[in-house]
Design a protein around this ligand. Sequence first.
Ligand code: ADP
Ligand code: MG
Length: 931
Amino acid sequence: MASGGGNNRNGTHRNSLKGTTTTSTASTDKPLSVNSNPSKPAFKNKSSPLTGASSGLRKSSPGSLGGGAAKDDAGERVYLKAVTFRWQNLKRPMVPGRVRVAVRLRPRNAEESVADADFADCVELQPELKRLKLRKNNWDTDTYEFDEVLTEFASQKRVYEVAAKPVVEGVLDGYNGTIMAYGQTGTGKTYTLGRLGEEDTANRGIMVRAMEDILAEVSPEIDSVLVSYLQLYMESLQDLLDPTNDNISIVEEPKSGDVSLPGATLVEIRDQQSFLELLRLGEAHRHAANTKLNTESSRSHALLMVHVKRTVKGREPAHSSDNGNSTSMARSLRPPLVRKGKLVVVDLAGSERIDKSGSDGHTREEAKSINLSLSALGKCINALAENSAHVPVRDSKLTRLLRDSFGGTARTSLVITVGPSPRHRGETASTIMFGQRAMKVENMLKLKEEFDYKSLARRLDIQLDKLIMEHERKQKAFEVEIERITAEAQNRISEAERNYADAVEKERLKYQKDYMESIKKLEEKWMMNQQNQGNERKEQMVHIAEEVAEVKKLLSKETSLRKAAEEEVDNLKSRLAQLKMSEASANSEILKLRKMVEDEVCQKEKLEGEISMLQSQLLHISFEADETRKRLDRGGPGKVPGGLDSPVSQVRSQLKDSGNREKASVAKLFEQVGLQKILSLLEAEDADVRIHAVKVVANLAAEETNQQKIVEAGGLKSLLMLLGSSEDETIHRVAAGAIANLAMNEKNQELIMSQGGINLLSTTASHAKDPQTLRMVAGAIANLCGNDKLQTKLRGEGGIKALLEIVKCGHPDVLAQVARGIANFAKCESRASTQGSKTGRSLLIEDGALPWIVQNANSDASPIRRHIELALCHLAQHEVNAKDMISEGALWELVRISQDCPREDIRTLAHRTLASSPDFIAGLKQLRIDY
Ligand code: ADP
Ligand code: MG
């Protein structure tokens, strides 16, 4: 026993089991992996929260090792922790999980039943406690706990379900998975893994059952299952599917740590039968190779590798517990996912010491080499179990091969097989210790998902460029504005300062002058006083007193002047202060503008998000709409009851036929997004977006309830503008269809006409290559033709000429629309003539429509014929048209209509018209038609 009985006692073991679980959660921020370099993080810090959340995909299964709800809970807990701690640091989501170890006891075989008849088995199992007791002697046992304890009665099905199924499910979900069997030769490794179960399907082993589960899950058209089957013997790797290939090299991807065998044969598996054949073939080759090498299969390791590649379709790459619009928007932006998982099933060489069995003539060197891989595996497991910084994976081929599986980034399950015989107690004990150590090894599961980021990145780049440009433009305008305000404020300040200085200087000069003058006057007077001193002294005294009074007056005047000057100075000062204040307010305005620019940037970011959402929703909906249209097209052109085969009724019936799905989603979009936003996308720069937007608007316009809203929101104007501005025929077609729908309404007809509709529609028609475009344009004009008030204007703008141009295309659907237009026009004209508001020949005849009318009056296509018959009857009502009609051959057609037309009202109308018109009666006589 390797590590002292005392430590392996019952209680201690429960602790050690607990300890393992604790380690697995507590050490989540220090992933343990074979290739991890503790000083360097394994992945660059580049992840997004989206990918981080994807790790929630991990499915817990009822049959997993450790069993039941408790395990599921534990799994969930581990997952949550992993997300909290890791998503910032990891490129791929990883979930820690311990290597799951099951022990399986082989029943006594015939020899043991006889030879050991008097001895108790060396092991005793307590499956309900998941414990194994290893007998030391008659009075002492050691107890060990495992994830699963499988007695000699355990069925192959149960073994598969507890030891392998969770790993296989992981592989289907995009994780790597490894299932290994370890144990002494003859204890049932091959029985557990490799039984084909041909004689009894209940005996099928893990390999066969795993493939059954995989094949049941994958879709053959989009997924692939590729298998290699190899043998590792004396450190050389042989291809069991191609025996000539006996030195396959192992290639390790330095970045991801993934291991691959480019030299190994890969066979695509499509059904279970071919897989069984492959296993049989591999087994035969293994047998032949071992005979050649003079060894037994128990000395070599057999490795089955299954590469599963699945496309995740219509499913979320991450758990979909989150809700909210932004998340669903972000989700719909994601490209499709491909999940790759690799399942490795390893039937290890017998764990017994070769030097002990020693009988086969190998040298010690050879013996070492034979078991090198197995002992290296043991060392790696020890290193991993002890959390050692160095794991010697490079020591052997087996450990290099399992580098990305065992103790690495995969779910791993180990079945250790033991026999009951007390004679092999030593081997059994060492097998159990191997299993115990393996239970401490922690794996980091890595989900291998790949996004098609390129297209997404391109789209986002374009949007980002646009936003940056817009931002720069605003920034520039803002800077110019600031400069202007600053310069203006500066000017005003310097002007005020100048004014102030001027005024002060002026005042100073004035005072100086006044002062000098006063002094001068006083001096003069004083001189005079001196001269006239004697006799006039008294008088002078009086005079001086007067002078003094005057000087005093002057002085007071000066004082008041000075006061006024001071006031002026104060005034100027306050103006200066005011100017300073206005400068401050300019500054605050600058701050406000800066804030507005920031808000603008924020708003733009929000809009960007909305645009992305709208684009994806539009893509989705237009895709559905296209699908529906395709479906309908395949079903052939349906006849619409009521006889009016206008595009409107066709679109309407398409919408009806397409079921509730499309309708519901368009309506939902309408509600969620708002018409204004949808219409704004008609002017989007991205051509794809424009196409989708116009399709959505067309779908909405097909519903009468939406038409008013679309026109009010300016949709009609936008659609007409699109006809002029776009060069894309799809846009022309869809926009014309939408306009045709809106042109059902009299008010809209006036709007279309007033916005140059006829001109736009006929230009569209002249560029159209697709008859469906022409059909839509003709349908729109046909609707306009039915408006009594617009007759003259429509003809003046070339509406009739446009219809006559369109007929050149010859397509019956298009001709039917033109015929409908002409019938509408003729009907309105006839009404106007009857009311007296119109005189003279029909504008249809004026514009040269009669030859075409006559030519198509007996068309094979009933919609065309019906409209034209009606048109002819309307034209014939008025005598002014009779001469032209006779000379163009319309008389024949009228006669035919009066006799053959299936509609009785038209027949009667034609008959009455012919009988009441003198010109027609004369014409009939001339043609010698008895009528
Ligand atoms: P090893 O894994 O060492 O190659 P094997 O799978 O070849 O062992 O098993 C040795 C023998 O024991 C085989 O004859 C096998 O059929 C039989 N055996 C092994 N495990 C069981 C079991 N669980 N039930 C019945 N027979 C078994
Ligand atoms: Mg075997």
